[in-house]
Ligand binder design. Structure first.
Ligand code: NI
Length: 144
């Protein structure tokens, strides 16, 4: 299997809080991330697709098709938004890195399938030293 990976970035705000929990419990579980005023990250998203190598083009996917899709579905929709407040997926889910990966999988998988290739991995970085990988299987039920 040959995979092709490209990346896009966005900057967004979030907070980690459960309204049904006390302030003390939110702080105990989520630490500084429980601050209701929020904080931001510069996210980097690596999207990996796979498929056969086209005999005519020699490509799995044309970057000129894939990259604009990621700009429109990731950067244009998530850049400079407050994830908890502006993205319905996060109205009921804490916008952790894990849940951002689940969201991106749900958002991108059908769009990428329409290009004739298969989404095989989403990697999301919140910092250089912290990222999450999602392959569409683990935690699938939580994404529903
Ligand atoms: Ni954070």
């Amino acid at each position: 299997v040959i995979t092709v990976t490209t990346s896009v970035s966005f900057s967004a705000a979030h907070d980690y809080r459960r309204e049904e929990w006390s302030d003390d419990k939110n702080r105990a579980v989520f630490g500084l991330c429980a601050n209701p005023e929020g904080h931001g990250h510069n996210y980097r998203v690596l999207v990996t697709v796979s498929g056969p190598v086209d005999l005519e083009t020699g490509m799995v996917i044309n970057f000129d098709q894939l990259h604009p899709l990621l700009i429109s579905c990731v950067t244009a929709e998530l850049d400079h938004v407050y994830l908890n407040r502006q993205i319905p997926f996060f109205a009921s889910r804490i916008p952790t890195l894990e849940n951002v990966a689940l969201y991106l999988w749900q958002r991108l998988s059908p769009e990428i399938a329409a290009l004739g290739v298969t989404l095989t991995r989403i990697r999301v970085y919140e910092h250089d030293d912290l990222f999450v990988d999602y392959d569409g299987f683990l935690g699938e039920t939580a994404a529903a």
